[in-house]
Design a protein around this ligand. Structure first.
Ligand SMILES: C[S@@+](CC[C@H](N)C(=O)[O-])C[C@H]1O[C@@H](n2cnc3c(N)ncnc32)[C@H](O)[C@@H]1O
Length: 313
């Protein structure tokens, strides 16, 4: 049987988070629980809150982490609710948090989820199938301009306009239902069987997934909440797999590391912003060549890590 998901840059994540005895950690994207397990193995007696909006991920992780009993609490919701969920549990601060963004290998491989153009399946793509609109609804109802924007901005697809126009033409005859319906239209525009066609399909599918799950909208506010929740010396590690995600992580980290933004000659600080973070990675860190050759998914990973400072200006 195929592994649920091989955790990316596991040793690096555990090293950056350096779990401390009695510490409280959050895995904001639990998936199959591989990173959470790494933390629990590294340091006895820690507590881990694991968030995932996909019930299948929670089921997998609850098995994998079962031996750690009530050291682990699984929270089945979007990490946009991080602050609220921790407040409900009277958890005022945390010592470390990991975001391993995007989808797991299991979600991509599983026939029924519609994330992949390799398998014919209902065009769904929701990580949480109890919430929001499916990719089919997006493709069947968004305007040509909206589709083009999604394909261009989230997918950086050069044929975005032509593919959006073709979708709008074809859906007038028959609504899109399956991944094969969408793949066929992309091939009709960019050609079939070539490397370019494969890349276009990957970009269009990824861009729809990002749209359907509002992946970019929720990221910056959740990162800011996470930084506010960290105790002094606590650490945040984020792995992203898409350039727009990495740009958001970079910007939020930089703002938190810069602190006061008043002009250099100002007598008093009027912006009220405190320096909150010291960056541990000036540039994003990549997986080693050995890891990439074992696990191709790690190739796109960009890891950024930072430590909470005492809050000086
Ligand atoms: C790359 S996988 C994480 C894999 C995990 N680190 C492991 O070792 O198995 C990302 C997971 O995060 C979940 N996810 C992505 N965005 C989320 C969000 N905004 N809120 C909650 N879960 C999210 C996905 O459902 C998926 O299971």
């Amino acid at each position: 049987m195929r592994a649920y998901h091989t955790p990316v840059m596991l040793a690096e994540c555990v090293e950056y988070l350096r779990p401390r005895p009695g510490g409280v950690y959050v895995d904001a994207t639990l998936g199959g629980g591989g990173h959470a397990l790494g933390l629990l193995r590294k340091q006895g007696g820690i507590r881990v809150y694991g968030f995932d909006q996909d019930p299948e991920a929670l089921a997998e992780a609850s098995q994998k982490l079962a031996e750690y009993g009530d050291q682990v609490e699984l929270i089945g919701t979007n990490f946009s609710r991080l602050r609220t969920e921790l407040a409900l549990r009277k958890q005022k601060s945390i010592d470390g948090i990991l975001f391993d963004l995007g989808v797991s290998s299991h979600q991509l491989d599983e026939d029924a989820r519609g994330f992949s153009f390799d398998q014919d399946a209902p065009l769904d793509m929701r990580m949480d199938r109890g919430q929001g609109h499916t990719a089919a609804e997006a493709v069947n109802t968004l305007s040509q301009a909206e589709l083009r924007k999604i394909f261009r901005e989230y997918g950086e697809e050069l044929n975005a306009g032509r593919i959006a126009a073709r979708i709008v033409r074809e859906r007038a005859d028959k609504a899109f239902e399956t991944t094969a319906d969408l793949a066929r239209v992309i091939e009709a525009v960019v050609g079939k069987g070539s490397r370019e066609s494969l890349k276009s399909k990957a970009r269009i599918f990824q861009s729809l997934r990002i749209h359907v799950n509002r992946e970019l909208e929720v990221l910056a506010p959740a990162l800011r909440d996470a930084i506010n929740l960290l105790s002094a010396g606590g650490r945040i590690v984020v792995m992203s797999y898409h350039s727009l995600e990495d740009r958001i992580v970079k910007t939020v980290f930089k703002q938190a590391a810069d602190g006061c933004v008043c002009p250099p000659g100002a007598m008093h600080c009027v912006c009220g912003r405190h320096k909150q973070l010291a960056l541990l990675t000036k540039k994003p860190q990549n997986a080693s060549a050995a890891e990439v050759s074992d696990n191709v998914r790690s190739r796109a990973a960009k890891l950024r890590a930072a430590e909470k400072t005492m809050g000086e200006r």
